[in-house]
Design a protein around this ligand. Structure first.
Ligand SMILES: Cc1cc2nc3c(=O)[nH]c(=O)nc-3n(C[C@H](O)[C@H](O)[C@H](O)COP(=O)(O)OP(=O)(O)OC[C@H]3O[C@@H](n4cnc5c(N)ncnc54)[C@H](O)[C@@H]3O)c2cc1C
Length: 381
């Protein structure tokens, strides 16, 4: 077993960190106050090659292996405090570009994957509905083959990027009596007749990542925009959710490292009772615990990336990583807040933003309860 990163991977990680701190971190406070998504930063990320990282070179991607991709996302989390922007990037890459890359035909890849890699298109997935969240396959949006296209009716909710997205991978049922076997996936463009994108919804955190609902009212989707085969929706969803659960929190490993670095510095500098607070065991042990959990999170992430690169991933592997990284992110952010005392509660320190952003990670891509259920099922329970 070799735990050493290659020189090229280390150099790339440094380049990502340098890019993120110079290009996409500055100005976060203003963007957050305005509640704004920045297309300019999106394009900068694409120019650097982020959106295309794991996708084939022939379709505009970088052809990076999964470990290198995970390292890049970690580097972004370390040097960029804009968790909303990173969340939007992740949603785009794993829930839209990945299914098009894996299940799209050549013409779909030329039309969509290229643009999803080069930053000219923003994508996301529409799965969740008002009546089906954790029970995702109970969705009610229908698709009907009519003439030379499909007609979609229904609605989707909590859709990341929706207000700014150009392309949606939407799941709908062709036959409700068949349950999950009746599900199909469609590539829907924002201008299609019958599609309405709701107003941006206000949420607790991830303020620079817009979210909205989708409404399909006899929405006309050309037949060639069926993704994969009719009835293969469940397989497509499982594939993309496995990718999403694996990598959507890779940036959290960098973010927790960033928080730990700052907390250690503060622990050395801040004095109470005539000594640095880091010399109190209550403080130093708390940070030691953060360090231990961070190392575990990093190893789990890298091992999962290795599994992807070697074709050994199971859904339980991805749930395990998603569960541990999200819970670790929340715990570590709380630890950072405790270490900083009253200053940690101030907006200017940025920890409260990290906390608001972190809490969402226990919900999106399947709640922590659902991840535990997947892991328990794998144990035979
Ligand atoms: C920031 C954010 C971004 C999102 N982006 C997208 C997106 O881009 N596209 C998209 O399609 N969706 C998106 N979602 C939706 C997300 O996938 C759902 O919110 C999530 O799956 C939970 O569904 P729900 O909100 O309906 O909660 P519910 O399913 O109603 O769950 C409510 C509570 O019940 C618990 N529960 C439910 N069923 C079980 C069970 N079987 N066992 C144990 N506990 C259970 C849950 O754990 C939770 O605590 C996003 C959500 C958030 C918060």
């Amino acid at each position: 077993m070799d735990f050493e990163l290659g020189e090229e991977q280390r150099d790339f990680f440094s380049a990502v960190v340098e890019f993120a701190s110079r290009e996409i971190d500055p100005g976060l406070e203003d963007r957050e106050k305005a509640g704004g998504f920045s297309r300019e930063l999106w394009e900068k990320c694409a120019e650097f090659g982020i959106q295309g990282l794991p996708f084939p070179v022939e379709h505009g991607g970088q052809g990076a292996d999964v470990l290198t991709t995970a390292l890049a996302m970690e580097g972004l989390g370390l040097a960029c405090r804009d968790n909303g922007l990173l969340f939007s990037l992740n949603a785009h890459m794993w829930s839209a570009a990945m299914p098009v890359s894996r299940f799209g035909d050549e013409s779909q890849k030329q039309r969509y994957l290229r643009g999803l890699c080069d930053g000219s298109l923003i994508g996301v997935q529409g799965m969740t509905e008002p009546g089906s969240g954790s029970d995702a396959f109970a969705l009610e949006t229908t698709a009907e083959l009519r003439g030379d296209g499909y007609i979609l009716n229904g609605s989707k909710t909590f859709i990341t990027n929706a207000p700014v997205a150009d392309v949606f991978v939407v799941f709908a049922t062709l036959d409700r009596s068949k349950g999950w076997a009746g599900l199909s996936a469609f590539i829907v463009e924002k201008g299609y007749p019958g599609l309405t994108v709701g107003k941006p919804v206000e949420k607790m955190g991830l303020k620079t990542s817009p979210m909205g609902d989708l409404f399909f009212d006899d929405c006309e989707v050309p037949a060639e925009n069926l993704l994969g085969r009719a009835g293969s929706g469940m397989v497509i969803f499982q594939h993309s959710i496995d990718w999403e659960r694996s990598l959507i929190l890779a940036n959290s490993v960098g973010a927790v490292q960033r928080q730990l670095n700052a907390a250690v510095e503060y622990g050395k500098e801040r004095e109470q009772f005539g000594q640095s607070i880091g010399s109190f065991q209550a403080v130093s042990h708390r940070l030691a615990d953060v360090h231990v959990r961070l190392e575990a999170a990093r190893l789990l992430l890298y091992r999962l990336a290795w599994k992807w690169d070697n074709g050994k991933v199971t859904p339980a592997d991805t749930s395990l990583v998603k569960l541990f990284l999200s819970e670790n992110l929340v715990e570590s952010t709380l630890s950072a807040m405790k270490t900083f005392g009253g200053s940690g509660y101030l907006v200017e320190t940025g920890i409260e933003r990290d906390l608001r952003d972190a809490l969402a990670s226990r919900i999106y891509s399947g709640t922590s309860d659902i991840q535990r259920s997947v892991i328990a099922r794998d144990l035979g329970l």
